[in-house]
Ligand binder design. Structure first.
Ligand code: KG4
Ligand code: ZN
Length: 342
């Protein structure tokens, strides 16, 4: 019997739905919320309203594109945590209602575990299947809210062995972008301008944090003081040097991430290494990760671009593995803004 899972993701500002059959993604629909741009960040109340407005069409389209009949679904997976509580509630109530109406299991998914398992989504390049990591593997998960090194023993057993003590890598990108006067979310814009800049022009400090944990707040402060000092001397400093500033900031964030990842590999002896999360869409991180992999004899894996930033395909693949181990949630499961691994 084949297993079809409908998955819903609504943890932040993307309303997303996906259908997977036996671990293969049949559809992957995302409605992004543009409304937040004018506020320089996600406004939680507006995000939940937008989810309410979009969720029916998004789920309908995911089902339609998958050519899967609603009566053929075997389970409904949804993002239970972490995220904005009002946003999570929209997706979780929708998933619960469907599970109840269709009398099929409900599967609660942890958003960060799903980012890690995006690496297991079957994909191909020019018709050739991409290799996938075997267990155990390490995953550097870098998003707008988290920065973690995860040791993954199986699809359902993983633990965090290093994480940020303050800002996430995505926040380091977005906050740096804000200091440069760029709109939210600034990460992709830093990536874009950096392509035209010299990454060695400005040197920003690398924090000396023991162990496998990260810290980005010192870097942010260093950038702030550096920009203040230089714009006092030349008010046009940022405008005249934007590509070099972006390239230099990006280079430092990427080196902080990859130096810790190397330390984790040495400590654990694991050389199957993945990256995941929205910041894994960063072109310099992808390139530098591959280069570091060649140098250190790692087998490296990066999800397809569309599976790095928030999406429901990663919820679907996680839901599929949880379905296989009969890890179902009851209807009184509650969405949670912050949650332990589930
Ligand atoms: O995983 P994600 O889509 O959402 C969360 O779960 O947070 O990650 C969003 C983060 C944002 O901080 C965004 O600026 C960053 O990923 N991001 C990037 C790039 N694309 C997305 N950062 C740097 N370069 C990119 N190309
Ligand atoms: Zn995410």
């Amino acid at each position: 019997m084949s297993i079809s899972i409908l998955a819903i993701e609504s943890s932040c500002d993307e309303t997303a739905a996906s259908v997977c059959r036996d671990g293969t993604i049949l559809s992957n629909i995302i409605a992004s919320q543009k409304i937040h741009e004018q506020y320089g960040g996600v406004v939680p109340e507006l995000a939940s309203r937008a989810h309410m407005q979009q969720i029916v069409q998004v789920v309908d389209k995911a089902l339609h594109d998958s050519k899967c009949e609603i009566r053929d679904l075997n389970g409904i997976a949804f993002t239970q945590s972490p995220g904005l509580i009002g946003s999570l509630l929209v997706g979780s109530q929708f998933a619960k209602s469907l599970s109840l109406a269709l009398k099929i299991p409900l599967i609660a998914v942890h958003h960060m575990q799903a980012h890690v398992l995006a690496n297991l989504i079957p994909s191909s390049t020019d018709g050739v299947p991409d290799p996938k990591p075997s267990f155990p593997f390490l995953c550097l998960t870098v998003s707008g809210g988290h920065t973690q090194i995860v040791l993954c023993e199986t699809a359902t057993e993983m633990r965090v062995i290093g994480e940020t003590m303050d800002d996430a890598a995505g926040e380091a990108f977005d906050k740096s972008a804000k200091l440069l006067g760029l709109p939210y979310p600034g990460g992709p814009l830093i990536d874009k301008y950096a392509k035209m800049g010299n990454p060695d022009r400005f040197k920003f400090p690398e924090p000396q944090i023991p162990g496998l944990d990260f810290s980005f707040s010192g870097l942010k402060t260093a950038i702030l003081y550096f920009l203040q000092e230089n714009t006092e001397k030349n008010p046009e400093f940022i405008r005249e040097n934007l590509p070099d500033l972006c390239a230099s900031i990006q280079k430092r964030i990427v080196s902080i991430l990859l130096n810790k990842l190397k330390k984790a590999s040495v400590q654990t002896g694991i050389k199957n290494i993945c990256i995941a999360g929205g910041v894994a869409a960063n072109s310099e991180l992808r390139k530098a990760f591959e280069e570091k992999g060649i140098k250190n004899h790692w087998k490296t894996f990066i999800p397809k671009f569309e599976y790095c930033t928030d999406n429901a395909a990663m919820i679907a693949i996680t839901g599929y593995y949880k379905y296989l181990s009969a890890d179902f949630a009851s209807l009184d499961v509650v969405a949670s803004a912050r949650a332990e691994w589930i």
